[in-house]
Design a protein around this ligand. Structure first.
Ligand code: FPP
Ligand code: MG
Length: 277
């Protein structure tokens, strides 16, 4: 009875929040897993697995809130510098969870979730990369929520890879140097611009996450550790967004030439994904 009442109350709150504008794209820097382990005297791995459960629950709440795009920072290139044990455990967690996505692909497709992995995938083990590529390809036609998982990612690396693509475009004579403008750079990056970025655990840094994309983003920092993050924290973040949001920005049109470059790039990326399978 109490659980039922709590659920009804949450749904009521979601309805109230939905009267205002909710962000079209929300990003999460999921931080504080190790401090959570320490606080409750748990194994590190238990805490990271709990972090995954909260991540998935958060995605479901965002879906209920009709937020069409969610991006999470799951594993940074910097994280490869952690102890060998922890890196192996985090890679194993990703293996288990991406296999879980594949085992439940019908359910994910039913929910309309498109899963995209952003990052330098060549740094990840081949078998994990293959699972990620398969999940991306099997969910690519879903359009209710686009879920971007940044893994083996840093924003500076994403920007460097985009710069190489643009240089290739100029070398191949698809582009002239003067065709390169802000909009083209934005669209050459893997991730779009979030309207709201949430970081947990009391840290107030961006830690190399979506640096290009956050120029106009509302930032929300909370002391809650990621494994303790709940619907109430999501709602608080959205209320903060509703108080501070600038007007929604219109997407600029692309010239035909720049669009052709982006189409070819998308084709190349698709071929690369196929090669991971
Ligand atoms: C940050 O806390 C958390 C991580 C580096 C791992 C995040 C991963 C998950 C939540 C699982 C999601 C996985 C997938 C496949 C989507 P921390 O370890 O930096 O903890 P601390 O800030 O307390 O040291
Ligand atoms: Mg941390």
């Amino acid at each position: 009875m109490l659980i039922w009442l709590k659920e009804r109350f949450i749904l009521f709150c979601i309805k109230v929040i939905n009267i205002g504008r909710v962000p079209a794209h929300i990003g999460f820097i999921m931080d504080g897993n190790r401090r959570f382990a320490k606080k409750y005297n748990l194994g590190l791995n238990v805490s990271h697995y709990k972090g995954f459960d909260i991540f998935w629950e958060t995605v479901q709440w965002c879906r209920r809130l009709e937020i069409p795009e969610v991006t999470v920072y799951a594993f940074s290139i910097e994280n490869f510098n952690r102890t060998k044990d922890e890196v192996e455990n985090l890679i194993d967690l990703a293996r288990v969870k991406f296999q879980g996505f594949l085992d439940n692909i019908d359910r994910i497709n039913q929910l309309g979730i498109r899963i995209f992995v952003a990052g330098r995938l060549s740094l990840l083990p081949e078998d994990l990369r293959a699972k990620m590529a398969e999940v991306m390809l099997l969910t690519q036609n879903n359009n209710k929520v686009r879920l971007n998982i940044a893994c083996s990612y840093t924003a500076r690396d994403e920007i460097s890879r985009a710069a190489s693509h643009l240089v290739d475009g100029v070398k191949n004579e698809e582009l002239l140097p003067e065709d390169i403008d802000e909009e083209l750079i934005s669209r050459t990056l893997e991730l779009g611009e979030p309207e709201l970025l949430v970081r947990t655990s009391g840290e107030v840094r961006l830690s190399d996450f979506m640096l290009w994309q956050v120029s106009n983003t509302v930032l929300y920092f909370t002391d809650v550790l990621w494994p303790e993050f709940s619907i109430w924290n999501i709602l608080a973040a959205i209320i903060h967004f509703q108080r501070h949001a600038p007007p929604a920005r219109l997407e600029k049109r692309m010239s035909k030439k720049n669009q052709n470059f982006l189409d070819r790039l998308a084709k190349l990326k698709r071929q690369k994904l196929d090669s991971f399978l």
